[in-house]
Design a protein around this ligand. Structure first.
Ligand SMILES: [Mn+2]
Length: 582
């Protein structure tokens, strides 16, 4: 199948007079999770994972992914057709530089590749080859039986949920705005701005759209005709004009000699080319909505707190169920656990759907950081070993993301020791106070210090920003070695140190935290997630009194908030799980 597809693609490449064609995982909306109908990389390579890139030459082809997916790639991508490489070791641009002959022509879809991405390729190979921006997608041209995009219906985020109207949001963003227009090609930003959501993706509740905002706060929205009912339109900001998706290109032709602000890390190259042709004056700046939506307002924060209580109820009901199953001698599979947990979340009022694919890793699977259990191959849980469970939900009221590691039998001393090092790092972030102006880089070592002291570490960031009924991964803030964005009150971030013994077990403790201003004008953090931390896994000898106090206070809060929403059996179970340690 793939050979035929490659052959068809290569025929088109010859027609277009290009030697190499670039296929990325992204789509025209910069989605982190790409919908099936836009997964060109999967169509052409067979790869089903979520991080990859392909370079198709006329007589050779290369597929890139990272270490998380190297095993999967070997199963799904035909090595007779594609050479498989790790793009952490060699980037696609570097590969091109090393492998192509002078004067090669490299084609790509300008509707998908952003200005910044193309600049990066240009920097590597620009002197020996020509980058050819195509205004169509060659994979789409040969893709028969491509799944159809069926637009979901948009729904409105009420003023109680949103906290701010579109008018207020626009006033903030356009205050000091130096251009005539702002082009936004990121649907997440647009949904936030217009207080709307949808179901165009399975875990991020958005509708696919572009928007052009003028300095007077009028919005042209480019979106599928079926997305908005008249009834819904009445509830949305009244200065929105609804247009067909393709009209964005004809509307831009009316902007001659005007100033337009774009974010080159998000904007597809095709717009830059159009602007150039039309002598539109382009200002490259950060999409101002990114920072604005990261600063949650009081109503949002209120709703987020309540949402975490619901989510905690679901998680606690699940863990209680799981322990009962295990002690009854049953062996639920990882996939059954995911389904059961989803069932408990569905019982919660305002639940929309999961905020990402649940990572349910038993024993050795827990050490695979982005593990996704599959029906046919997943493990069955027994009364021994560790179970790492990383999951979350989208609710009318917020987005959650929580990881707990559970001992299913008696843990080993080594497991307890490493769990406690991770816990100390987690508590260190939860109780940190840093001066205003600090970024995530100031926090990252706090989470790792106890592991570092023993020559250990974990190969992922300590925390990512989290959206509000939007993407579970949100910028600009994060806690990592490269988290340079200043932390500001109202930001929500995850606090998720971990430790992984390959082939044996994984440990991660993740709660979401809210950045707040302290009384003495520093920054401090409030833990939002509400679920017990497994006491069985704690080596108390390693804890200081203040760490024990934090755990006891946290567990008291967990019990007080959750127990009224549990049945009697579950409440008794939770009492034991949150008992004081000394
Ligand atoms: Mn997370």
């Amino acid at each position: 199948v793939n050979l035929k597809r490659l052959k068809n693609l290569r025929e088109l490449m010859v027609q277009e007079d290009i030697d190499y064609y670039l296929v990325s995982m992204a789509d025209e909306f910069g989605n982190e999770y790409v919908p099936e109908h836009n997964n060109r990389l999967k169509y052409i390579t067979g790869f089903k994972g979520s991080a990859g890139f392909a370079i198709i030459g006329l007589d050779r082809a290369v597929f890139f992914t990272d270490g998380r997916y190297s095993i999967q790639a070997k199963k799904e991508v035909d090595e007779k057709l594609f050479e498989i490489l790790d793009y952490i070791e060699i980037s696609p641009a570097k590969w091109l530089k090393n492998n192509i002959s002078n004067d090669s022509k490299i084609g790509f879809d300008a509707n998908i590749f952003t200005i910044l991405e193309v600049e990066k390729f240009e920097a590597e190979v620009g002197d020996k080859s020509e980058l050819v921006a195509l205004d169509k997608n060659l994979v789409d041209e040969i893709w028969d039986e491509r799944p159809e995009y069926i637009a979901s219906k948009a729904f409105v985020i009420s003023s109680e949920l949103a906290g701010k109207s579109t008018k207020e949001k626009l006033d903030d963003i356009l205050d000091d705005f130096g251009s005539d227009y702002l082009l936004v090609t990121d649907p997440i930003s647009i949904c936030w701005l217009l207080n709307i959501r949808g179901r165009d993706l399975p875990s991020t509740p958005i509708v696919f759209c572009y928007a052009l905002v003028n300095k007077n706060g009028e919005v042209s929205l480019y979106v599928d005709d079926n997305t908005f009912d008249d009834e819904i339109k009445k509830q949305i900001y009244d200065k929105v004009t609804y247009k067909k998706f393709d009209e964005v290109f004809s509307d831009i032709e009316l902007l001659e000699s005007r100033h337009v602000s774009i974010d080159k890390s998000q904007t597809p190259l095709i717009f830059k080319e159009l602007f150039y042709k039309l002598s539109v004056k382009v200002r490259e700046e950060k999409n101002p909505i990114i920072l604005a939506k990261a600063l949650k307002n009081e109503s949002e924060i209120d709703n987020i707190r309540k949402t975490h209580v619901k989510d905690g109820v679901a998680l606690v009901k699940f863990i209680c169920w799981l322990e009962k199953e295990i002690s009854a001698g049953n062996s639920p599979s990882e996939v059954e656990c995911c389904e059961k947990l989803l069932g408990f979340r569905k019982e919660q009022e305002g639940f929309i759907y999961a905020s990402f694919d649940t990572i349910a890793g038993y024993a050795a699977n827990g050490a695979i950081i982005h593990y996704k259990p599959a029906e046919e191959s997943c493990a069955e849980l027994k009364d021994e070993g560790l179970f790492l469970l990383d999951s979350g939900g989208q609710y009318f009221g917020g987005t959650t993301d929580i990881t707990r590691t559970i001992a299913l039998g008696k843990p080993t001393e080594e497991q307890k020791h490493n769990f406690t090092l991770v816990l100390k790092g987690h508590v260190s972030i939860a109780t940190a106070k840093v001066p205003k102006g600090s970024s995530g880089t100031a926090l990252d070592p706090l989470a790792r210090q106890f592991l570092w002291a023993e020559g250990k570490d974990y190969a992922h960031g300590t925390g990512h920003g989290v959206g509000y009924i939007l993407n579970v991964h949100e910028g600009p803030q994060n806690i990592s070695k490269r988290g340079y964005q200043e932390l500001l009150p109202g930001m929500v971030i995850s606090n998720e140190p971990g430790y992984y013994e390959e082939g044996e077990y994984g440990i991660r403790i993740e709660s979401l935290i809210l950045v707040k201003e302290s009384e003495d004008n520093f920054l401090e953090f409030e833990t939002l997630s509400v679920a017990p931390i497994d006491l069985e896994l704690i080596d108390k000898e390693l804890l200081t009194n203040s760490e024990k106090n934090w755990i006891n206070d946290y567990h008291k809060k967990v019990f007080d908030l959750l127990s009224p929403r549990l049945n009697e059996e579950e409440a008794i179970w939770l009492k034991e799980k949150t008992k004081e340690i000394s």
